[in-house]
Design a binder for this molecule. Structure first.
Ligand code: NAP
Length: 492
């Protein structure tokens, strides 16, 4: 059913104040979110800067529920019941600010503006503070799952005030993906918390994809296997601990034949991975927070390397490898080694991502429940996976868990694969197969479990050239050695 306040009929015929939720920005994501709300029985106000998208939404899908279509922002706002709930689903950045600026004068105290686009969390913090000045709630909400998720049930990560969540949350939980009947949506925390968690989710997605790509490359080089043969390996892996959306689609992609050439599809795709920027934001934030998210960083840099065309052109066929041909003797054992190494590296990437969430939560006072984040990522989103249940359980056992890897379940799970992980990384290095994420994850594992690190030498060097001081293992205090003098030690 469609009510309209546009020139499609008689302006002003839409019933005022009847829509329970509104969506402005009706490109792929907004259109599908609006349909999702309507299909769940909500009366949805819809608006887009250019009328054609609104028109086509109601023409194509008006029978899916009750839409109230408006051509002007003023009519759109007027069509909403109070407190108004407006979901903004437009291009991130300046367009989001433009839409908010247009909305604010039309809204009243207590109304809720939801930015469901991929905003950078500092922008969300800024916008939340600005709208609070107007007595409005601003909810920066991560939405994962792409266009299909938006329509059929995304994972939703809303920030903002608990008060806003009290009236908005039930609607979002209704349209979110469900796993075992539990919605993949929960209150994340104040101001930028929702978009921060969505950013880390995307960073983990980068790491997960890179690890899968490295596993594929190892099987290709080690076994000399074809893409469809490797696809079968991934299909098998999808019935075990690695079961996830990304493993499942990898099996599908590897089995796909290019219609034009008859070759495996993956063999005709240019090997340059692109990015929209959320991986970069995650790495920048990791650096700011001082949290080693090496899996995400290596995955982001691996995409950058793949796109470094002049450098790759200069190096390919020129830089010597000094390797021997690789012929794996026990194929089944090698496949199992790669599976174990993939699982262990994946646990490291998630462990690091959850450390990053904990650090930001502490810094900004967000109070994020990490177990709940793993729970709402179980469905609807790109990184949905069986083992997220294990992460939730780990944080339920100990909400203050300092390191996911140190939870007994994960310690055991990774421990079972450590020898295999070392064999795989060593073989990759010996045979010249680049595995930045596998290798750096193992290096992180060895670094974090080391009883003593060479950081002691770095501290000594820093004191030598810059009098940066150091602490000792045998007594309290801060010290400096007179390196250029008599080398006596002074309390600093
Ligand atoms: P998009 O291509 O990012 O943006 C297009 C929409 O933004 C159109 O509705 C467009 O209106 C509107 N827009 C652009 N500039 C505007 C301005 N200055 N004032 C008002 N409206 C403006 O759309 P999308 O792919 O559906 O994504 C929407 C948001 O969701 C983005 O923030 C995106 O990052 C995020 N997101 C996307 C995905 C995905 O899989 N695509 C997944 C998760 C999150 P007109 O029709 O008038 O041009």
């Amino acid at each position: 059913m469609v009510a309209t306040s546009t020139d499609a009929g008689q302006p002003g015929t839409a019933q005022t104040g009847t829509a329970q939720i509104g969506v402005t920005g009706l490109a792929v994501m907004g259109r599908n979110l609006a349909r999702n709300f309507a299909r769940h029985g909500f009366t949805v106000a819809v608006h887009n800067r250019s009328w054609s998208k609104t028109e086509s939404l109601v023409a194509d899908h008006g029978d899916e529920g009750t839409f109230v279509a408006s051509e002007s922002m003023a009519d759109f706002v007027a069509s909403l019941e109070r407190p108004r709930k407006v979901v903004v689903m437009v291009k991130a950045g300046a367009p989001t600010d433009a839409v908010i600026d247009e909305l604010v004068p039309l809204l009243e105290e207590g109304d809720i503006v939801v930015d469901a686009g991929n905003a950078h969390f500092p922008d969300t913090i800024r916008r939340e503070a600005a709208l609070r000045e107007h007595g409005l709630h601003f909810v920066g909400s991560g939405v994962s799952g792409g266009e299909e998720g938006a329509l059929l049930g995304p994972s939703i990560m809303p920030g903002g005030t608990a008060e806003a969540y009290a009236s908005l949350g039930p609607i979002l939980e209704e349209i979110a993906a469900k796993v075992d009947g539990v919605p993949c949506c929960t209150y994340v925390g104040p101001d930028g918390a929702g978009h921060f968690v969505k950013m880390v989710h995307n960073g983990i997605e980068y790491a997960d994809m890179q690890l899968i790509a490295e596993a594929y490359d190892l099987l290709r080089h080690g076994l000399g296997a074809s893409a469809p043969e490797i696809g079968e390996v991934f299909a098998t892996w999808n019935s075990g601990d690695l079961e996830s959306f990304l493993i499942e689609i990898t099996a599908d992609v590897l089995a796909h034949t290019d219609a034009g050439t008859g070759r495996p599809f993956v063999d005709v795709v240019a090997d340059r991975a692109e990015q929209k920027g959320t991986g970069r934001w995650t790495v920048q934030s990791g650096l700011d927070l001082g949290v080693p998210i090496t899996g995400i960083a290596e995955a982001t840099f691996a995409r950058a390397l793949s796109g470094s065309v002049p450098q790759r052109t200069a190096a390919a066929g020129t830089l010597p490898a000094h390797t021997q041909p690789w012929a794996v003797e026990d194929r089944d054992a090698f496949v199992e080694d790669v599976r174990l190494a993939l699982y262990a590296s994946k646990v490291v990437a998630y462990s690091q991502g959850f450390d990053q969430i904990a650090a930001a939560s502490e810094l900004y006072g967000w109070g994020i429940d990490r177990g709940a984040m793993a729970r709402i990522w179980r469905g609807g989103c790109i990184i949905r996976a069986r083992f997220l249940n294990r992460i939730t359980e780990a944080y339920e056992r100990d909400p203050q868990l300092p390191l996911l890897l140190a939870d007994p379940y994960f310690t055991d799970a990774v421990s079972n694969g450590v020898a295999a992980w070392r064999r795989v990384v060593a073989a990759a290095a010996t045979h010249g197969v680049p595995t930045p994420a596998f290798s750096s994850s193992l290096a992180y594992y060895d670094g974090v479990r080391a009883e003593r690190l060479p950081a002691a030498l770095i501290q000594a060097q820093r004191d030598f050239f810059g009098a940066h001081t150091y602490q000792r293992t045998d007594r309290e205090g801060t010290f400096h050695t007179e390196w250029s003098g008599d080398r006596t030690e002074q309390p600093a």
